[in-house]
Design a protein around this ligand. Structure first.
Ligand code: MLT
Length: 243
């Protein structure tokens, strides 16, 4: 019965997995706050995708867990891919949600620098407001939208700045997907994801030998909150199939 560790996106926290924490049966579900977010402290060292990935290894060691299924949404998926590069021997499977293999383009990197300036000058609200129009499917429930936006507004600026820089500087994994062959991989994407759309998910699923692609209809960038029943059913089926 493999455990499932779920890594949140930017600039959310572990509360984005509330439905999975209570809804998955027969497997332990662990959703840490990434450093600086939620209740986790940022620390003093510079942060990269490798730092976040190594934090997950420390957590597994603390909990005495040898191997896990690692799932991540968006930035959490970038971290899961970095984890797979560094700690493949600790993986039982991968769940990549609303994320992508490619690095930022030059234009994307310039956009990250602008986001860092915006966060530093105007605070978390500026980031929440710039992301809000792209985050959800058109018919998202207002309570879901308002609750996630509140989480985003609560994020600390230093943690946001560190995460934006880490995303800007992340490695490109597109040429390394074939190395993940043999690792049971589920790729999930919301049909209306405007941040990491279907093309990105298809690229992942086609590049990872044996990966399964699942499109969650009526969800945007955050299917675990927008369509929790569909996501839980997919996770449950995938996890049960591993044992
Ligand atoms: C996320 O949801 O984690 C971010 O939007 C990902 C990104 O900005 O690349």
């Amino acid at each position: 019965m493999p455990d499932l560790v779920l890594l949140h996106g930017f600039p959310f926290d572990s509360s984005m997995w509330v439905h999975q924490l209570v809804g998955i049966r027969g497997h332990r579900v662990i959703a840490p706050d990434l450093r600086g977010f939620g209740s986790a402290s940022l620390g003093d060292e510079p942060v990269s995708m490798a730092t976040y990935a190594d934090d997950v290894v420390s957590l597994l060691d603390e909990l005495g867990i040898a191997t896990v299924v690692l799932g991540g949404l968006s930035m959490g998926g970038y971290i899961a891919l970095e984890f797979a590069r560094r700690h493949r021997d600790r993986l039982r499977g991968l769940v990549l949600m609303d994320t992508k293999a490619t690095a930022d383009t030059a234009e994307g990197k310039a956009g990250r620098d602008k986001s860092i300036d915006a966060a530093q000058q105007k605070g978390a609200d500026a980031i929440a407001e710039s992301m809000a129009p792209k985050l959800f499917a058109n018919d998202v429930e207002p309570a879901v939208r308002d609750s996630l936006l509140a989480t985003m507004r609560r994020a600390g600026v230093p943690a946001m700045v560190a995460a934006i820089a880490a995303m800007r500087d992340r490695s490109d994994n597109s040429d390394r997907l074939a190395e993940l062959g043999g690792l049971p991989t589920l790729v999930i994407v919301g049909s209306e994801d405007r941040i990491t759309p279907l093309d990105d998910a298809q690229f992942l699923a086609e590049g990872i030998p044996g990966a399964e692609l699942l499109v969650i209809e009526g969800a945007g960038h955050v299917p675990p909150l927008e369509r929790p029943e569909a996501v839980n059913a997919a996770l449950q089926r995938y996890l049960d199939g591993l044992v």
